[in-house]
Design a protein around this ligand. Structure first.
Ligand code: HEM
Length: 236
């Protein structure tokens, strides 16, 4: 894959630091796992949608799978190896912000579409583990955006200065991994176990569901976790 198509990861490669073999492998899990998940969900949804079955629901898995890609690509540039040059760190941080904000916008659209679809059909809300954990993920996503922006804007001005900003940023980091765990698990429940998913018939649909939910999603989570720095996770 050319570097122009992978800006989030280009920053890591251009940092001039050698990655460990494990970090390189973990980055591939994040990169290809998220691509495989999104591509499989798109194929699954689009191959089973006809003009008469097109609805607000259609948007939900498409948008949520795209946000899996954007969120995970947005986290990777902040993981090791850290560049020593300040300009490079800023560049990576800006990449993180852009991917995270784009991911949140699409995530909100996908959440709205399923809630609105249920509203139109008069169906009850949040009746499954997927729906319940999904709406908790929406709440966590909001607090992640608020915490991330408040901790970094004007060196923590909104929360009373740089020291408090840095402290809040630590919570943002830990919260980010907690959010991704819940978020990816919610996606797994929707993609593998929802009534819609289990009603999809045919070998191709089964293969796509297995690849997306049992291979690609666990790969993304494992890749992200392998790259986190435990030394940075101390919030106490
Ligand atoms: C992390 C990603 C996802 C989140 C946060 C999420 C969130 C949600 C939420 C909050 C609901 C309940 C809406 C309501 O009751 O008003 C819901 C429903 C639903 N979602 Fe997702 N979703 C995600 C990914 C997916 C994927 C990938 C699929 C399928 C491929 C999917 C399929 C469904 C289905 C079939 C429903 C309706 C049944 C139910 O409420 O469980 N979702 N989702």
């Amino acid at each position: 894959m050319s570097s122009s198509r992978t800006p989030a990861f280009e920053h890591i490669k251009s940092a001039g630091h050698s990655e460990t073999a494990l970090e390189t492998f973990a980055l591939k899990l994040v990169r290809y796992g998220s691509l495989a998940f999104t591509a499989s969900i798109f194929l699954l949804v689009l191959s089973s949608t006809t003009s008469s079955s097109l609805s607000w629901f259609t948007l939900h898995p498409l948008a949520q799978s795209l946000s899996v890609l954007l969120f995970s690509w947005g986290i990777a540039p902040l993981q090791p190896p850290s560049p020593s040059a300040a300009a490079e760190r800023t560049r990576r941080f800006e990449t993180h912000q852009s991917f995270a904000l784009a991911g949140h916008a699409i995530f909100l659209l996908g959440s709205f579409s399923i809630a609105y679809n249920k509203y139109l059909r008069g169906a009850p809300h949040f009746t499954t583990w997927h729906g319940l954990l999904g709406i908790i993920s929406v709440g966590l996503a909001f607090s992640q955006v608020a915490g991330g922006l408040a901790s970094t804007w004007e060196k923590g001005k909104l929360v009373g200065g740089e020291v408090k900003g840095k402290k809040l940023y630590k919570y943002h980091r830990v919260g980010g991994y907690a959010f991704m765990t819940l978020f990816l698990f919610s996606a797994h429940l929707g993609g593998a176990h929802s009534l819609w998913a289990t009603r999809q018939e045919g070998t191709m649909s089964l293969v796509l569901r297995v690849v997306a939910n049992w291979i690609a999603l666990p790969a993304v989570w494992t890749g992200l976790m392998l790259r986190l720095r435990p030394s940075k996770m101390n919030i106490f």
